[in-house]
Design a protein around this ligand. Structure first.
Ligand code: ATP
Ligand code: F6P
Length: 443
């Protein structure tokens, strides 16, 4: 009997193994897509790992000129083949340690190379999902080259303009042999997603199971238009003052001050003329915090943004929880990410219910999210690639606006303090303090 494991998206599945095989000419965003897919899957606790063939090749050929990539260059061919074999060998070893989704990041631009990867995977019981990025928009390609290629390790120490020329030359070597998936009509049996010009058009072929369909749906929603996501907790609430969790109380007087100041903070960060959409939870404290924001901002309430449900512990202080449910209190400290309150939720549950929010965020432009401590920790962990076991211990203070701007390789962060005092609702392991200063590791 195959073992049954949780695939991280809340569904029990036969132990799936998927190899996502990237396809496309250089500078088509393959590594970008690979790292974003890995981040999404790891956030869902799906063991996911990218194997970048270029990194293996660099061991043997750190800064090869464009001619290295010419198929008539026997030495280049041999080294590139060896790099691909080493990456695939490591990938197979990783699957044996419990890996679920591997992403093989290379151009895989010929039918022969795709057949080779496919056959190895099939022999090892691994499903293959080809993900091709096709792009013929010269402006995007040139921007990609200038943005990330001319500063890649392949050109470290080189003149940037010479690097751009060499890279264009490299692309032309690939163009001679590149075939888009199923160009000749004989790759129709493969499972694939073909993304054209960053999602203007997509082709989906033979998607087989739930996890594959999640990955495909996620990748279809990505865009690279510049945008930011602003995050804020609600203003200090009456329960925050009392050190009580959950509930649906209104703002304290200082929380009210924050609500009145939020429009200025937002204006300072967003600017006057940029359209912004505001998402809140359905609880009074986030709605109250957003009520002075400009009327021309669209506002939307999401149940999925409500605070982690603390079940029978709703409305209690940490001391009361420890007194009434000592075993639960200890169990939560032991594994805070997975601990589910009696009749309530765990952080893992929150992540699963936030998945539609993440999908919508990926499709959207500028968004301000006003929500709660646990929910913000989960969203922040997604953008900043925080380890899920550590994310429930992060300090996300009250009365602070956080601006996150996704870039090609990572997310930039700026924090704006409202300078309105508020209690700290952060709690260290073992503590039952009502208000406690965060430790440096939690920042
Ligand atoms: P190489 O084969 O040389 O490794 P690559 O295809 O992996 O190239 P990336 O390094 O991922 O290319 O390129 C990153 C750039 O691609 C970023 O600037 C990113 O904004 C952009 N990008 C992301 N998605 C796409 C897409 N679907 N099509 C084109 N460009 C994209
Ligand atoms: O040219 C881009 C690149 O990412 C190289 O860095 C890497 O060596 C190569 O593609 C990997 O793909 P392939 O298997 O087609 O050589």
């Amino acid at each position: 009997m195959p073992s049954r494991t949780d695939n991280g998206v809340g569904v029990q599945v036969e132990d799936t193994k998927i190899c996502v095989v990237m396809v496309g000419l250089p500078a088509r965003g393959k590594s970008y897509i690979a790292q974003i897919a890995q981040r999404y899957l790891q956030w869902l606790s799906v063991p996911a790992q990218t194997f970048n063939v270029g990194n293996y090749r660099r061991n043997d050929a750190p800064q090869p000129p464009a001619d290295f990539f010419d198929t008539n260059n026997a030495e280049g061919e041999r080294k590139r083949r060896a790099a691909a074999e080493a990456a695939v060998a490591d990938m197979l070893a990783w699957f044996r340690t419990g890996g679920v989704v591997a992403i093989l990041d290379a151009t895989n631009s010929t039918k022969e190379r795709r057949r080779w990867v496919n056959d190895i995977c099939v022999q090892h019981g691994i499903e293959v999902l080809f993900v091709e990025s096709k792009c013929d928009d010269q402006d995007i390609i040139m921007a990609n080259i200038r943005d990330v290629k001319s500063t890649s390790p392949d050109y470290r120490g080189h003149d940037p303009e010479a690097a751009v020329q060499d890279f264009l030359n490299r692309i032309s070597k690939y163009e001679k042999i590149y075939k888009t998936i199923d160009q000749d009509g004989d790759e129709d049996e493969y499972t694939y997603l073909k993304i054209m010009n960053i999602g203007k058009q997509v082709i989906i072929n033979r998607i087989q199971d739930y996890l594959q369909s999640r990955i495909v749906y996620y990748l279809m929603n990505l865009h690279i238009r510049p945008r930011s996501v602003w995050l804020s907790r609600h203003g200090e609430s009456m329960y925050n003052l009392d050190g009580r969790i959950g509930g649906d109380t209104l703002l304290s007087p200082r929380g009210e001050q924050y609500a009145r100041k939020l429009p200025d903070l937002v204006r300072e960060s967003v600017g006057d003329n940029r359209p912004l959409t505001v998402w809140t939870s359905t609880l009074k404290r986030t709605i109250a915090t957003s009520r002075f924001l400009p009327l021309h901002y669209n506002q939307l309430q999401w149940k999925a943004l409500d605070e982690l449900d603390s079940g029978v512990c709703d409305g209690l202080t940490y001391q009361e929880i420890k007194d009434r449910y000592p075993d639960d209190f200890a169990a939560r400290d032991e594994d805070k990410y997975n601990y589910r309150y009696r009749g309530g939720e765990s952080y893992r549950d929150v992540v699963i219910r936030l998945e539609p929010i993440i999908m919508e965020l990926e499709r959207s432009e500028d968004i301000l999210i006003v929500t709660h401590q646990a929910v913000l920790r989960c969203i922040y962990a997604y953008f900043m690639k925080k380890d899920q076991a550590k994310s429930p211990w992060m300090n996300i203070p009250l009365h602070t606006l956080i601006k996150l701007t996704p870039r090609a390789y990572g997310t930039e962060e700026i924090r704006y303090e409202a300078n309105i005092p508020a209690v700290s609702t952060w709690r260290g392991k073992g503590s039952t303090a009502k208000h406690e200063n965060p430790t440096p590791e939690s920042l």
